[in-house]
Design a protein around this ligand. Structure first.
Ligand code: GLY
Ligand code: MN
Ligand code: MN
Length: 465
């Protein structure tokens, strides 16, 4: 259970949700299943984010039911001293009522018995669509049991609705408690990056054989020493050319002086993710071509940061990034103006895509790619069409989300240079990304990951220290 946040906060969230279900609505929220890794061994358990958002409860085998009148019912593992000897403490339904401020709690073994009763005489049943395999069939089974009773005057819900819609909208805006946890997660991760940079340079100075997994171990050490439960996603530790593989993992490749290392890693703290990327020279000194591209990516990030403020659109930081990168690619000779034309042409034809093929950010929260619509809700009907210049596909555009205080997003431009015709050799295999996490504020944004340096000269001094 999360003890850092008051129980009343979860009750308030459930009340806000209940108010959106309709007076005769009911919402079903299972937590995540335990998953087997291999024989007798499970993956480390991680609760479901929606369930946790509404309960703060981290045990497996639990369901929450919320009804439109504001009643919350929890199903959880019953107390079982023998199982607790093997698997650890269970809260149990009796204690859950007080500890989680729910109205009622039952052992999970009663779920199939209680659910038809709870669903009877409701008009709408809400549950998260397309998240939990088999959930739709389970709900159908309970509804069939209610239907069998309609001849006795029971009403069976006629509507099924996606619970993700209201919950995503709630989760998109982080309250002060969430922002506080996210700041702490970001600080732990920033220190982990700084420590890893220093370790890398020191090990090379000492003549050691440095591998990507050594740096991964440093990150993990710092995450756990900082109190984080686990990484928020699989850490990317990519030496040299591996940085150009966007979803690379930490592996066995040697980390060599003269090459760059790209690390994309962030810890999860009390259910909230952080997401940081730094790219640094393994031995603490950028070469000329590395520095040229690094400074370009950083300038594009600065433009994106300046475009991140309440009232701007989610797409604005991306557009600002692309503008700087497009001009920079022409300036450094990665794109040839004789072939691709002006900076406007580079943007229009998406010629930069060869070197920058992802978006500049995403929502960040409990999930590293957090939920929340990227389209402004009041403008979903304002559809325009354009032809994608690279694929020729017709793309439907809707106005992107207007940023508001309390939204949290990443700002993560990059450049990835694979050898190709016309690409100057001095840039081959250079992959750079710089990623920070930002809380949108009224006047701009608050970068919460800057306890690790980002300027090339500051990274060099840290690594020499
Ligand atoms: N680490 C995942 C991402 O940057 O989106
Ligand atoms: Mn990210
Ligand atoms: Mn990342």
């Amino acid at each position: 259970m999360n003890t850092t946040v008051p129980t009343s906060l979860y009750a308030q969230r459930r009340a806000r949700l209940a108010a959106q279900l309709g007076s005769n609505g009911i919402a079903l929220i299972p937590t995540a299943p335990e998953r087997q890794r291999n024989r007798d061994s499970d993956f480390l358990y991680r609760h479901d984010s929606y369930f946790y958002y509404l309960t703060g409860f981290t045990e497996p085998n639990a369901w929450l039911v919320v009804t439109g009148d504001g009643t919350s019912t929890l199903f959880c593992q019953p107390k079982d001293l023998e199982r607790e000897i093997w698997d650890g403490y269970r809260l149990g339904p009796e204690a859950a009522v007080g500890a989680l401020a729910v109205n009622a709690a039952y052992p999970i073994t009663q779920l199939d018995q209680q659910l038809p009763k709870l669903l009877e005489n409701r008009d709408t049943v809400w549950f998260p669509f397309a998240i939990h395999p088999g959930l739709e069939q389970r709900v159908a089974g309970w509804l069939n049991q209610v239907r069998a009773r309609v001849r006795y005057g029971a009403l069976c819900p006629e509507q099924q609705r996606d619970l993700c819609a209201p919950l995503d909208e709630m989760r998109l805006f982080k309250d002060v408690h969430e922002q506080d946890v996210m700041r702490r997660a970001a600080t732990i991760s920033a220190h982990a990056h700084a420590r890893t940079m220093k370790t890398c340079a020191r090990m090379l100075r000492e003549g050691k054989d440095v591998r990507e997994y050594h740096l991964d171990a440093e990150l993990m050490h710092a995450f756990r020493m900082g109190g984080s439960q686990y990484p928020a996603y699989s850490s990317i530790v990519a030496a040299g050319a591996n940085a150009c593989v966007l979803h690379y993992r930490a592996d066995v490749a040697p980390v060599r002086a003269g090459e760059l290392v790209l690390i994309d890693a962030g810890c999860e703290l009390d259910g909230y993710a952080s997401d940081i990327t730094r790219t640094f020279p393994a031995d603490g000194r950028f070469s000329g071509p590395q520095r040229d591209l690094y400074d370009l990516v950083l300038a594009s990030q600065e433009a994106a940061v300046a475009a991140t403020r309440a009232g701007a659109r989610f797409n604005d930081p991306h557009d600002a990034t692309v503008k700087v990168l497009a001009q920079g690619l022409l300036d450094v000779g990665l794109l040839d103006a004789d072939k691709v034309g002006s900076v406007e042409d580079v943007i229009e034809k998406r010629a930069y895509f060869q070197f920058y093929m992802h978006r500049t950010g995403h929502w960040l929260g409990m999930d590293v790619h957090d939920c929340g619509s990227y389209v402004e809700p009041s403008e979903v009907g304002a559809v325009s069409e354009r032809n994608d210049p690279l694929s020729g596909e017709v793309i439907k555009n809707r106005p992107s989300r207007i940023l508001r205080p309390g939204m949290v997003l990443t700002i993560e431009p990059g450049l990835y240079v694979r050898p190709a015709e016309g690409v100057p050799e001095r840039f081959h295999h250079i992959g750079i990304r710089i990623e920070d996490d930002a809380i949108v504020t009224a006047g701009g944004c608050d970068l919460i990951t800057r306890d690790v340096p980002v300027k090339a000269s500051e990274i060099e001094s840290l690594m020499r220290a």
